[in-house]
Write a protein that binds this ligand. Sequence first.
Ligand SMILES: [Zn+2]
Ligand SMILES: [Zn+2]
Length: 362
Amino acid sequence: MKRTIALCGVLAALFLFGACGKIDPADCKHESHDEHAVCTNCGKTLSHSFSDGECTVCGKTTPFLWKSIAKNETLMSAVTAGTAHGGTIERITYETEAYNIEALTGEKKTIEKHAYVYLPYGYSETERYDLLVLLHGSSDSEGYWFAQNEYDSSDLGKYFNIGNHTKDLLDYLIESKQIKPTIVVTPTLYNEYDNYKAENSVVTKQLGKELTNYLLPYMAKNYSTYMSGSTSAEMIAARDHIGYCGFSMGGFTGMESVLSYCLPYFSYIGTFSGSTFDPDAVIHGINGDIEKYPVNYWYSSCGTQDGTVKYADSKKSYESIVKGVPALQEDENTSFVSIANANHTYECSLTSLYNALQVFFR
Ligand SMILES: [Zn+2]
Ligand SMILES: [Zn+2]
């Protein structure tokens, strides 16, 4: 009798093992996953499929905005109403080696570049502030985010079809205490604007050198950040208070420069409507640094109707990189956000900026 029961137990165990054994990921349709986005059928980790604040696969919710910021009437009316006290924007001039030109021609030279700096209301030299470096996309300039210089009202219609609200958004988020007072600097990708098409072929891998060798030291010397000085050690010591975000070509740059070799300096990275043609190189770069210099958060996003970078390519780049970097954990220090029905627009980049600020510098 005992023996029969034991045999049944073994048979039952064999049966159960067969029934519950994981199926091959290659044959799996990945139809359900758990809250960590691990497929319940094959065990493969996939990203959540977020739409309008909720994963369409597992129902998990997030702090991010999924629809275009322009379509969130509550938020937009608060943003456009303005705040009692707003920040200020000033133009800076700094020197840098012309890394794009050097990569294209071999010629070494130093040039002057301009950027805009947003200082939060009440900015004081006696306080310290988080610093966000914010980049535009291909063919735009340092004026993109804050609609400065060449962006006259007719251009606003072209580029900013909901008007330009980057400063309004920052003012609102700071005044309503949703984020801490933050300094935002918007440099340009390019060494010579008229040469932007040629520079596009090299800038995504070059810009990190300018950021870490010239722009961050300039910011350390001239503004009250967490960097106590402009030596590498002093800047690296402040990395928990330094972030990078970039839209489109700036998103490619976030992967191919900032994630790839600037992690000692940047711990928060946002890549908006970006992608990479060489995820293995990015993975190799991140894995070389991440143990010593952890990624506090990598926020990545793309509009589901993006006709320029292509939504599927952006998502695939993200998934390839996360798969190749064990220290990037979906939903813990990284997320991919699918912005519903959004195209490759300022609205989409502003939505992404709002999202990134929900998790940066926390
Ligand atoms: Zn599966
Ligand atoms: Zn999910």
